[in-house]
Design a protein around this ligand. Structure first.
Ligand code: AMP
Ligand code: MG
Length: 322
């Protein structure tokens, strides 16, 4: 495996690997992705292999333009309006797929998830590869998402062909995911584009989080983003620490008065954007400190706070082995 700073020459190298059916880790504005040619089923299979991701969990396909999106999916006027407003950016749209998209990428569904990332390295890579790039987050399935190249390197242990280091990701949580069904728009996942922003353009969304009848969203498992230590999401009550256990603490705005082995603060000024950008890097740091338990404070449920709380709740849920 090659590990390179994301210079134009390195991006060129990564694009060559993608064209030949290989895999490349690259930065986006949300988290690092593990990419392969979305139109090559054998290449896409490598992603599932490397991540140990179950085959029922579809991949997001990354494109460099609306035009490229239209080669892969039937883009409705509503969807195109959202693309024009928010792309490139942290918004994924699930649309009826065209035949050109291999089944392995969509986990057999007749829809495909598309996104245009707002990161110059990612866009340059897609353009130079000359093909859309299927890319989930560059971590082992079910574990913490990578917001730095080193996080991906540690988890994927030399198995991708190349890692492009583009520094810390700007947004730090994955994209928001929308699906279109029966003339309604459903929010499948809170993400880097806050619900409030989307609703300003799309009107009120039918949320899978609010409605029983919903489009399928495989891969939205309770146990996800799991650190090695056990994560406990705190409520209003002050936690009691058990003797003999090593505690870490993820605070929102200030360090706790508790005696813990390691503490991290998401945003001293209470800025949810800063908190989202720090979320996974702080969790990685805490998780590398040899802890038994990480206590995490809740954050306000507005703006990016919704995506942060979604990740923390899943990080706190035990992952089913499988
Ligand atoms: P990620 O793991 O960040 O790459 O996000 C992929 C997630 O997007 C999946 O786990 C699904 O929840 C969602 N997704 C991708 N493709 C589809 C699809 N065709 N229909 C519904 N949800 C999808
Ligand atoms: Mg992921």
């Amino acid at each position: 495996m090659i590990f390179l700073k994301a210079t134009p020459a390195a991006v060129k190298k990564a694009a060559a690997f993608i064209r030949k059916g290989g895999t490349a880790v690259f930065p986006t504005e949300t988290v690092y992705g593990l990419g392969a040619d979305a139109l090559n089923p054998e290449a896409a299979a490598k992603i599932f292999e490397i991540k140990k991701r179950p085959a029922f969990d579809p991949l997001i396909v990354h494109v460099a333009s609306v035009k490229q999106a239209k080669m892969l999916a039937f883009v409705t006027p509503k969807a195109e309006a959202l693309m024009k407003r928010f792309w490139p950016g942290p918004l994924t749209l699930v649309l009826p797929k065209k035949r050109i998209v291999p089944d392995i990428v969509t986990a057999g569904l007749d829809t495909v998830a598309l996104r245009m990332p707002a990161n110059p390295v990612a866009l340059d890579l897609i353009k130079r590869a000359g093909t859309p790039i299927a890319a989930p987050s560059a971590n082992r399935f079910g574990r913490l998402s990578p917001t730095a190249a080193a996080h991906a390197e540690r988890q994927l242990k030399g198995r991708p062909d190349i890692i492009l280091d583009g520094g810390k990701t700007r947004i730090g949580v994955e994209s928001a995911v929308l699906a279109f069904k029966d003339r309604r728009i459903y929010l499948l996942r809170h993400g880097g584009l806050p619900l409030e922003e989307i609703e300003k353009v799309a009107g009120p969304l039918a949320s899978v989080l609010r409605s029983g009848k919903r489009p399928r969203s495989p891969g939205r498992l309770a146990g996800h983003y799991n650190p090695s230590a056990k994560l406990i999401l705190l409520g209003k009550k002050k936690p009691e620490l058990k003797k003999g256990l090593r505690y870490g603490y993820l605070a929102f705005t200030e360090k706790p008065a508790l005696k813990v082995k390691k503490a991290a603060v998401l945003s001293p000024s209470g800025d949810l954007k800063e908190a989202a950008a720090n979320l996974f890097s702080h969790l990685h740091k805490l998780d590398n400190a040899g802890l038994d338990i990480i206590l995490a404070e809740p954050v306000p449920m507005r703006g990016l706070g919704r995506a942060i709380m979604d990740r923390l709740k899943r990080a706190a849920a035990t992952r089913k082995k499988g």
